[in-house]
Design a protein around this ligand. Structure first.
Ligand code: PDD
Length: 279
């Protein structure tokens, strides 16, 4: 393992020397939140939007830690390495308490950890396979919580079936992927579910919605019924580390004609152009 430099509680140190207490509430309870911020050619992408979501997550778990954009930049920028696609993983837990107790400790200093990793090149052009699974997660999916056991089990079920992702279904409609948002093209209209407590408000999702609007594409933010998902001509999964992934089979059946679709090709081009423009 490469002994890269990471950030932990005000210090930059080799990964092998970055240690936290076993009493950290992140370790004991998953009492923490995180962000995954992509960076291209050494520049953080959509930083403000990621920091806004970070603050929303902190507020939602009642963890006061108010750093401004410049303060976060000062912490994160030194971790970035020159080169192509990287991402910052940033995690904040409620910190180390002197005993294990579910209720918040009275005095506790948040643990702040950040590291930079390469975004592994993901072959998108040929599309990926996905399965559907029952969305059995909790009712606070809009918080980017480190408590990810349900998501992990769902993703692993997909991997066990040689699929890239599980698309989650709840009461007859699609919510999101185990670690991604979902889009479908139904009757030539691009649809993605509205933000709610049932999904993570994805930053990649927001960029795509804006690009679709600005470029006059037919787009709707609303329910994707399971029946519509199953007859969609295109399905995409979006996230900061995988960008826009076209799904060519769902539950072993072809999506549309089983090829990467034209709407994805248009959006892929717009997204790559946008990345270059804003950097
Ligand atoms: N996950 N929904 C869930 C449940 C996710 O975990 C993610 C991203 C997304 C997409 O959000 P964004 O476009 O902001 O990356 C949606 C990250 C990449 C992760 O957990 O590693």
């Amino acid at each position: 393992m490469q002994d890269k430099i990471v950030y932990l509680n005000g210090e930059y140190l080799p990964l092998s020397e970055a240690k936290i207490s076993v009493l950290d509430r992140g370790f004991l309870f998953g009492d923490g939140i995180y962000e995954v911020i992509p960076a291209y050619f050494g520049q953080l992408f959509c930083l403000e939007a990621h920091l806004q979501r970070l603050n929303n997550s902190l507020n939602a778990i009642r963890l006061p830690l108010a750093l401004n954009t410049q303060q976060w930049l000062d912490i994160l920028q030194p971790l970035l390495v020159e080169g192509d696609a990287q991402y910052i993983y940033l995690q904040i837990t409620r910190g180390v308490a002197d005993k294990r107790d579910h209720a918040f400790p009275e005095h506790c200093k948040p643990t702040v950890f950040a590291m930079c990793s390469a975004i592994a090149p993901f072959p998108r052009e040929n599309g990926v396979q996905a399965i559907t699974l029952d969305d059995m997660r909790w009712q606070l999916c809009s918080i980017k919580a480190t408590t990810l056991l349900a998501n992990i089990l769902l993703r692993q079920e997909a991997v066990d079936q040689a699929c890239a992702e599980a698309i989650l279904l709840k009461e007859g409609y699609a919510t999101e992927g185990a670690a991604s948002n979902v889009f479908a093209v139904v009757d030539d209209i691009l649809i993605t579910p509205a933000n709610s407590n049932e999904i993570l408000p994805g930053i990649t999702r927001d960029v795509i919605i804006d690009l679709a609007k600005v470029n006059g594409m037919s787009m709707r933010v609303g329910l994707i019924l399971e029946a519509d998902l199953r007859r969609a001509s295109e399905i995409w999964l979006t996230s900061s580390t995988r960008e826009i992934l076209p799904v060519i089979t769902l539950d072993n059946k072809p999506v549309g004609d089983g090829q990467v679709g034209p709407v994805w090709k248009t959006m892929q081009k717009l997204f790559q152009e946008y990345k270059r423009e804003v950097l």
